[in-house]
Design a protein around this ligand. Structure first.
Ligand code: CIR
Length: 254
C-alpha cells in the first residue's frame, strides 16, 4: 500500500521561515484549498493520505518533508536547521512509528529533509544553510547498517538540495543547473528547467507520474517531451512560504 503523510496548513503560516523570498501576505484559506488539491493529486496517484491536524503555533508545520527521511525499512527523524521548526518533529515521529521503525537524530548536527534526495541506496545530502557537516555525519551513521550511503552535495543559491534537483523517472532528474552540478549524480540523465522558470526543479515523482507546480508550464513541456507524465497542481500560495511539492508530504511504501 502507498501511504502519504501530510499536515494541515497552519493558520500562522504567514510567520514562516524565509531565506530567499521577501515576506508577503499569505492567504491561509487559499493555501488550504491548494493543499487539498495537492492531496487529491496524491490520491489520484494511488496514495492513501493521512493528514495530521493543524499545528496553530508552528507556521512551517505543513512542510512535513523536512522533519523526516522515510526509507523502505526505517525512518530517520531529522533535527531541522531552523530551531523554530524542531517542535514539528515529535508528532511526525509518532505517526511514522505506526508504519515502520523510527530513529531520531540526537544532534548537535542539523538536517532538513528537503536536503535529502534518494536514488536507490544512495542518499544525496545537500550542504545548505539548514544541513551541516555534523548532521550529514550523524545521518550516515544511522543509515550505514541498513546499507545506504550518504553522498554530500554542494548547493548554492537556493534553500534545499531538492529546490535544485528532484527525481522524475527511473534514471531522470529535473535539475536547475545554476544551483547544483548535474554531473554529481551517477548514472542519471538531467532534464534542465526552462531558463525563465528557475524555481521549477521541485517535482514529486510517484514512480508513474510527477506532481509539479502548475505555474511552470515551460518546464512541464520539457518533462512531457521526455515521456514523463505530469500532474500539475496549483501551489502559488504555498510557494510564498518557500514551499514546493516534495515538502508537503512524506511517502511511505507499506
Ligand atoms: C522553511 O524555510 O523552512 C519553510 N518556510 C519552507 C520549507 C520548504 N521545505 C522544503 O522545500 N523541503
Amino acid at each position: 500500500m502507498k501511504q502519504a503523510l501530510t499536515r494541515a496548513v497552519s493558520r500562522s503560516i504567514g510567520g514562516c521561515q524565509l531565506t530567499h523570498l521577501p515576506r508577503t501576505e499569505i492567504d491561509v484559506e487559499r493555501a488550504r484549498r491548494q493543499h487539498a488539491g495537492y492531496e487529491a493529486a496524491l490520491e489520484r496517484l494511488g496514495y492513501r493520505v493521512l493528514r495530521l491536524p493543524e499545528e496553530p503555533e508552528l507556521p512551517d508545520a505543513v512542510f512535513v518533508e523536512d522533519v523526516a527521511l522515510v526509507l523502505d525499512e526505517l525512518a530517520i527523524v531529522t533535527r531541522p536547521g531552523a530551531e523554530a521548526r524542531r517542535p514539528e518533529a515529535a508528532s511526525v515521529a509518532r505517526a511514522l512509528a505506526e508504519w515502520l521503525p523510527v530513529q531520531t537524530m540526537a544532534g548537535p548536527g542539523t538536517i532538513d529533509g528537503g536536503d535529502l534526495l534518494r536514488i536507490d541506496r544512495t542518499i544525496y545530502a545537500g550542504r545548505s544553510s539548514r544541513s551541516d557537516e555534523a548532521g550529514l555525519e550523524e545521518l550516515a551513521r544511522h543509515l550505514a547498517p541498513a546499507g545506504y550511503r550518504v553522498v554530500p552535495v554542494e548547493v548554492r543559491g537556493c534553500l534545499h538540495l531538492k529546490s535544485a534537483v528532484t527525481r522524475v523517472g527511473p534514471r531522470e532528474l529535473l535539475v536547475q543547473p545554476e544551483w547544483v552540478d548535474p554531473a554529481l549524480f551517477e548514472g542519471m540523465r538531467a532534464i534542465e528547467v526552462a531558463p525563465d522558470e528557475p524555481q521549477a526543479a521541485n517535482a514529486l515523482w510517484s514512480g508513474e507520474a510527477a506532481i509539479h507546480p502548475a505555474a511552470h508550464v515551460a518546464t512541464r513541456a520539457r518533462l512531457e517531451e521526455r515521456g514523463i507524465s505530469v500532474l500539475p497542481v496549483e501551489i502559488s500560495e504555498i510557494a510564498l512560504a518557500e514551499g514546493a511539492v516534495t515538502c508537503c508530504s512524506l511517502l511511505v511504501q507499506l
